[in-house]
Write a protein of this length. Structure first.
Lengths: 285, 314
């Protein structure tokens, strides 16, 4: 027992070192916190009904009570932006969780069993890594029709191989260490070693990867919604809003496209900054 | 060399057959009857349905369908698009050149952005490194479908340097003026990716023994950099370029929609939204073939650039 605890002790300092995030890192955390609050309470915070159409206000600029003005159908842009935060962020959350669960399982299975299991899984991963995620999403939406859930399933399939490959090499390094051998000799069961010792030691790496992945997930799902094979209109979503504002932008009303686009970019940038900082702090670059 | 090349070609052919078969199988197993799309609004008389079922081999088993498709491909017949009610090869041919212009111009930007940032960051530490990597992080956070509109707004609408939409009239000069903004938008995230890979590769190479030896022997720094560091460091970047290529063709869908350009990527998305199987199959075939060809080219390039591979295989 004591051997395992000592081994865990190596990495447990990672919570304390969070203070090294730096000014930019904390700014990114702050931005994501605000977006998170908007995603949860967006519909309550929205000053107007995001789906109320009033063609008389089509493309009207900012007026008192409507800080961003109106879209092509006369809907209040600020309200749509607030309500859209939820659809734009729930997709990536589901995507990141499913990818992390499946990718971690594959990596641990390959590193724990080794031999044929590892060879088979690694060969599959090597083939799948070269397949572009966007193409997979397009093919799946051809087969099953376009929806957010099909897009999430396709991107899970596309993200999992590269995560599994990254995690497998760290898991292999970890399973080769003396403390794992010692725990095996001491008679601990496989699941005890994996869940109580191996996973906690891999946690910093997994968390850093998940946070970096979140940024890409936001952009990729937003992109699929932009192309019309993700979130379906009239649901307010940042990706579909970028597409919906396109004709307005060409006529000199760029607010909808640029505001929704900025939200996506800001989210992705914040996750990239935090993921990068955490990876450096925890030494898992 | 010949044996190595043949093995690669064989592997490529296998990839093409396996991938197209997989796509066919997925569409074959797709839920729902495609007959609704194939009718395309025409009255659903039993004769019409029977004719369509025969035309698209809908009642044949999977393997027969696949074989008749691939025989058709060798005869230059890619089938009929249900959504456009037109010959698939005609639809693709008119868009292929546009997409190739777009991808090639984008590749130039990716190489220039990515290699410059990556080599600068890799060779210098401190300010230049941080600045280059911060630029890469920002660029990789701007997806093509947002970057397109920023570029349209600033460089087409405000400054008027480039046309805002359209793909040009087919001539090279109009292609370049129409494709510059979309190509830059497409190059943002891929360029950032190349920059990061190049930087990491340069760092690994700079710390290697042969570079230290060269430095200690008194070889001038610029020669060490150009012949010992950069040349070796570019090898992994070249294979990354091969991997990026197909993703780049598919990603043209974003900029083609934003800039209203008629190309392969946009066509693929329309085909997917309309569940137009013949069109999706044909474009996938083109993508897989280009994947195989580009990676074959990368292998040959490796052969030429890296003597270690030559001795390993021979």
């Amino acid at each position: 027992m004591s051997i395992g605890q000592i081994a865990i002790g190596r990495n447990r300092g990672y919570r304390k070192r969070l203070s090294k995030l730096g000014l930019l890192g904390w700014l990114a955390v702050f931005v994501l916190f605000i977006f998170g609050v908007i995603a949860i309470f967006g519909s309550a915070l929205a000053p107007h009904d995001p789906n109320k159409i009033d063609l008389a206000y089509s493309y009207v600029g900012p007026i008192p009570g409507h800080p961003l003005g109106f879209d092509e159908l006369g809907r209040d842009l600020f309200s749509r932006l607030l309500v859209g935060a939820r659809t734009s962020l729930i997709g990536p959350i589901v995507l990141v969780i499913s990818t992390t669960l499946i990718g971690t399982s594959i990596a641990i299975l390959a590193a724990w069993r080794r031999g044929w299991t590892d060879a088979g899984l690694s060969a599959g991963v090597d083939i799948a890594v070269a397949f572009p995620g966007l193409l997979l999403a397009i093919l799946l939406s051809t087969v099953f029709g376009a929806s957010l859930w099909v897009a999430i399933a396709a991107l899970t399939l596309a993200y999992t191989p590269s995560l599994a490959r990254l995690l497998r090499s760290s898991a292999l390094r970890e399973t080769g260490m003396d403390y794992v051998k010692a725990l095996k000799v001491l008679g601990f069961s496989d699941s005890q070693i994996i869940f109580k010792h191996l996973l906690p030691n891999l946690a910093p790496f997994i968390i850093a990867q998940a946070i970096i992945m979140f940024g890409y997930a936001t952009l990729d799902l937003g992109g699929l919604s932009f192309l019309g094979i993700g979130v379906q209109p009239p649901t307010a979503d940042w990706g579909t809003m970028v597409a919906a504002g396109a004709s307005g932008l060409l006529q000199g009303y760029p607010t909808q496209t640029l505001a929704a686009g900025s939200c996506l970019v800001l989210t992705a940038l914040s996750f990239a900054v935090i993921g990068d900082r955490l990876a450096r702090i925890w030494g898992v670059e | 060399m010949r044996r190595y090349l043949w093995r690669r070609i064989g592997l490529g052919a296998l990839t093409i057959v396996a991938t197209t078969m997989l796509v066919h199988l997925a569409l074959y197993l797709a839920p729902g009857d495609p007959i609704g799309y194939l009718l395309n609004g025409q009255p659903a008389t039993p004769e019409r349905i029977a004719a369509l079922r025969a035309q698209y081999n809908l009642d044949e088993p999977f393997f027969t369908r696949y074989v008749s498709w691939i025989t058709g491909v060798f005869q230059g017949d890619l089938g009929t698009s249900a959504a456009f009610n037109a010959d698939v090869s005609t639809l693709i041919a008119s868009r292929f050149q546009t997409t190739m212009y777009l991808v090639l111009i984008s590749f130039v930007f990716i190489s220039v952005f990515g290699l410059t940032l990556g080599i600068l960051a890799g060779l210098h530490k401190g300010g230049i490194d941080s600045f280059s990597m911060a630029t890469a992080t920002i660029l990789s956070s701007i997806p093509a479908f947002v970057g397109s509109f920023i570029l349209i707004n600033v460089f087409a609408l405000q400054l008027g340097w480039f046309p805002a939409i359209g793909g040009g009239d087919g001539s090279l000069s109009s292609a370049i003026s129409h494709m510059t903004l979309p190509a830059i938008a497409l190059a943002f995230s891929a360029g950032a990716f190349v920059a990061r890979t190049t930087r990491a590769s340069i760092r690994v190479e700079s710390a290697s023994e042969h570079v230290v030896t060269a430095t200690v022997r008194g070889i001038p720094r610029n020669k060490v950099v150009s012949r010992h560091i950069v040349r070796n460091a570019l090898l992994p970047v070249i294979s990354l370029g091969g991997l990026l290529f197909v993703g780049l063709i598919v990603s043209t869908a974003f900029v083609e929609q934003a800039f209203a350009i008629n190309g392969i990527g946009g066509l693929l998305v329309v085909a997917a939204r309309q569940q137009d199987f013949a069109l999706v199959q044909a474009i996938t075939l083109i993508l897989v073939i280009s994947f195989v060809v580009v990676n074959l080219a990368v292998d040959v390039l490796y052969w030429i650039l890296d003597p270690r591979i030559r001795s390993e295989v021979a």
